[in-house]
Design a protein around this ligand. Structure first.
Ligand code: ZN
Length: 850
């Protein structure tokens, strides 16, 4: 691999910066092919080090001039940056560079997209704008002047001056360069306002391309709710006079929390009932909140180095999950987060890309914006809160804000505030940040004379670069029920700290039914021998909504595995339980919809791998189809009445209540379509005045090899809406039969509206192919070849998205010898590519090393 060319960077090698920055003045003379960037930077020696060597990061820059204290200086420029002799004491650095935003397809640094200028500087994009100490522990105030004839010129902070062809912005809050942002374009805004609890009037704007202004109301309301929530729950107030959000079509990530100027993938902002689904609305609300919450957890208190990424991301994901739970339904949010965690993070943890929540080394930091850093990072915060209690959590976080405001911090700083407020020793807890892999907890039980004993054993499998791990602190929430369904022991938190530990419950009248790992109190794999009767009992009676869902899930999984494994008919107990649950009007419709959703193909493949069997993608696909058929038959009499009862008509609202009903009716519709020839789905498609019902109907039709007319009509209706057309591209690949999936993706890649320069469109086709497991893993190998072909085409244009998409191959070791040979052939083909990006080289190298 490319290790010789791409050096590995280690956490243990951290040294403080030699020079600190007091303030930065930047002038941008914007031009698509030759933008001039003039920088004036006041450097001061860092008292924490004696080293006075001077190095500024810079990539793809054309240096025009460099001066120190007004005198031209000689510099040595390399591919990575610039070296120069500097005075011993404070000095003023001035440089002028030229960059070409129009040629920047990597979407890092300053780039042009759809005729507008935009930036993305996290993690290391600022070095593509000018020479600078591009590391998060260098924090400075920025003043920015933008010269351009574009009508809207935006940067961080408050606007201080504006005139014909220019605007000046000043951000009074010291920040690292990764939070720098600039936008210039022909944009229109939806304005709003917010008054903070101390009375500061804040101007709000959502900036979009002309024509999109009618899709901003929901985002603006979500922003106001987020601002209020952070004041009420965390006591955090906004700290500038203006908060701008800009929607950009070509964007690698979801959104970016630049100080006072958040830049969003347009898919994470724009929504109208006609064009966005309920899931889109919920995601937009969560992302708006997430980026806003970064203003304190990330911006005011930032990361010392990129190894600490989870410090800002884990905490902010945890905060946005709390927000969504408060705005919508706490149990539903927990269930969907756990589905996501198992689907993405457990998958990562179990394969060649496993890494600790705080990684210890990287070649390309862009490759560590992962489910482990984000989602497991948030789980770690949740466990900490569970262990110390809500009150201590609130005190510790308040101390964190007091103590570290304006600083660049580490995980040690974060844990210290918990140790200082609670007196608790967190050294063992800290292993959650250091050890990779998903812990397995085995639970066994004993019953004797009114005493019930639970024995828990933990183990942590080896992961790349890590073996021989130590036991972690696992908060294990458990409740006990009696056979009538009454709770005899309410939720109790057991702390598992040893490899093996027993816990007893005394004075019980009869052997209880345990409800273990309530609320998914720790991100572990629980192994326990249990009967389908007990699962059905918990599905009917558990007072913990998460575990109620979990019991149904396990029941579905065991029934499915039986069907796939030896063609058994589904356990009738499962279908009976499902039928009772679906018609139980005391249950949230959203909960019922989720309970009807089958475990994903990937989830089932992992289950087979865990049992020591080789997963067979086509058989898994067949098994799920058979199960759907069995469900449709078992629920035959209930489907239509339930559907009619819950079908939402009348004005659309994205609130959790009607959204849950639409989720339920769409799920019912997909089963109804199996036997009614598509009549109900066609009727829903015709009547739909919102995207959730329109797309739900189309999806039900396509899943049953129907809907060709609707598919064509959909394209005609929405040809002018990029985000809706992404759905059109995606649904065809997602719903394609396994043997046709690669061919469908090929055909779509030749469609005139396909472009690989737009990450959303690329993911719509090839991300969907990776998700269509039986299609991607089809025995012909066509899916593998096609994916590799396109990653090879995309890498020179956009390394970041290429590397991320390469993770489609991360589970390759799970499969049979033929598939492994085909996948490794494609991975090696990518790896051998001359000039392969650092991003993709590292990713493919790690996957192949498994
Ligand atoms: Zn974030």
């Amino acid at each position: 691999m490319k290790d010789a060319e791409n050096p590995t960077i280690y956490l243990k090698d951290y040294t403080p910066p030699n020079w600190l920055v007091e303030d930065v003045h930047l002038t941008f003379r914007l031009a698509p092919q030759a933008t001039r960037v003039l920088s004036r930077i006041r450097f001061v020696p860092n008292p924490d080090t004696q080293d006075r060597r001077f190095f500024l990061e810079g990539e793809d820059l054309r240096l025009i001039s460099a001066r120190i204290d007004g005198e031209t200086v000689t510099t040595e420029v390399t591919d990575e940056g610039l070296i120069c002799d500097v005075p011993e004491a404070a000095f003023l650095w001035e440089a002028e560079v030229e960059i070409a935003p129009e040629a920047n397809t990597a979407l890092e640094g300053l780039y042009m997209s759809g005729g507008m200028y935009s930036t993305q500087c996290e993690a290391q994009g600022f070095r593509k704008i000018t020479y600078y100490p591009d590391r998060p522990d260098v924090m400075a105030t920025f003043t920015v002047r933008i010269e351009s004839d574009m009508p809207v010129l935006l940067s961080n902070g408050n606007k201080v001056a504006t005139g014909d062809g220019f605007a000046e912005w000043h951000d009074p809050w010291p920040k690292p360069a990764y939070l720098f942002a600039l936008v210039a374009g022909n944009l229109v805004n939806l304005p709003g306002s917010f008054t903070t609890k101390s009375g500061r009037a804040v101007e709000l704007n959502i900036w979009v391309r002309p024509g999109d202004e009618d899709k901003c109301d929901f985002a603006l309301e979500a922003l106001k709710k987020s601002m209020r929530w952070d004041e009420e729950v965390y006591g955090r107030e906004y700290d500038l006079d203006i908060f701008n959000i800009v929607a950009v079509d070509d964007f690698n990530m979801g959104a970016m929390e630049n100080k006072g100027l958040n830049i969003f993938n347009s898919a994470a902002v724009l929504a109208s009932p006609e064009t966005a689904t309920d899931a889109n609305f919920e995601r937009i609300e969560a992302i708006i909140a997430h980026e806003y919450f970064h203003n304190w957890t990330g911006n005011r208190i930032t990361c010392r180095d990129w190894f600490q990424l989870c410090l800002k991301e884990g905490l902010t994901v945890f905060r946005d999950a709390q927000f969504t739970a408060d705005m919508r339904s706490e149990p539903m949010k927990r269930i969907s987060d756990v589905l996501d965690l198992r689907g993405r993070q457990f998958r990562e943890d179990g394969g060649p890309l496993a890494h600790p929540v705080r990684p210890e080394s990287f070649q390309e930091i862009n490759n560590f914006y992962t489910a482990t850093v984000y989602e497991k990072g948030a789980e770690v915060i949740g466990m900490l809160k569970r262990l110390v209690g809500d009150e201590a959590y609130a005190k510790a976080v308040a101390l964190y804000f007091d103590r570290h405001d304006g600083q660049a911090c580490t995980i040690e700083d974060w844990l210290q505030v918990f140790e200082d407020t609670t007196g608790r020793d967190l050294s063992q807890f800290k292993l959650w940040y250091a050890q990779a892999g998903t812990p397995r907890v085995t639970m066994t039980e004993d019953w004797e004379d009114g005493t019930y004993t639970v024995t828990l054993k933990q183990s942590l499998p080896p992961t790349p670069g890590q073996a021989g791990k130590s036991p972690q602190v696992i908060p294990f929430a458990i409740g006990l029920l009696d056979r009538s369904g009454a709770e005899v022991v309410p939720t109790t938190l057991l702390e598992l700290t040893e490899t093996e530990q027993s816990f007893t419950f005394t004075d019980l009248k009869a052997r209880p039914v345990p409800s273990p790992l309530r609320g998914f109190s720790a991100p572990v794999i629980l192994e326990r021998e249990t009967s389908n009767e007990d699962r059905a009992f918990l599905l009917a009676h558990d007072t913990d909504p998460f575990n109620r869902w979990e019991a149904g899930r396990q029941l579905a999984k065991s029934a499915l595995i039986g069907m796939i494994d030896d063609g058994k008919a589904p356990v009738s107990g499962y279908l009976d339980a499902l039928s009772r649950l679906v018609t139980d009007e005391t249950l949230d419709p959203a909960f019922r919809a989720l309970a009807m959703a089958l475990p994903s193909e990937d989830d089932l493949a992992q289950s087979f791998a865990d049992m020591g069997q080789t997963p067979e993608p086509q058989r898994i696909w067949n098994g799920r189809e058979d199960m759907r058929a069995a469900m449709a038959k078992a629920l035959e009499g209930e489907l239509r009445p339930l559907y009619d009862q819950h079908l939402v008509t009348g004005p659309y609202s994205p609130e959790a209540g009607p959204a849950g009903q639409r989720a339920l009716t769409n799920t019912l519709l997909s089963l109804m379509t199996r036997s009614d020839g598509g009549a109900a789905a066609r009727a829903q498609y015709k009547a739909a005045d919102n995207m959730t019902q329109q797309l739900g109907a189309l999806s039900a039709l396509l899943a049953n090899d129907l809907g060709a007319d609707e598919l064509a009509a959909f394209a005609g209706q929405w040809a002018h809406e990029r985000l809706v057309m992404d759905k059109w591209f995606m649904i065809q690949v997602a719903q394609a039969r396994p043997e046709e999936a690669a061919g469908v993706a090929v055909a779509l890649s030749q469609h005139p509206d396909f472009t690989m320069k737009n990450p959303n469109r690329f993911r719509a086709v090839f991300g969907a192919l990776a998700m269509n497991q039986a299609g991607f893993h089809h025995a012909s190998g066509a899916g593998y070849r096609l994916m590799a072909d396109w990653l090879i085409k995309l890498d020179p244009l956009n390394p970041q998205t290429t590397a991320r998409m390469a993770s489609a191959f991360q589970t390759w070791r799970r499969y049979d010898a033929d598939r492994q040979a085909m996948m490794s052939e494609q991975l090696n083909r990518i790896a051998a590519l001359p000039g392969l990006s650092r991003d993709t080289a590292e990713m493919v190298g790690r996957i192949l090393a498994a």
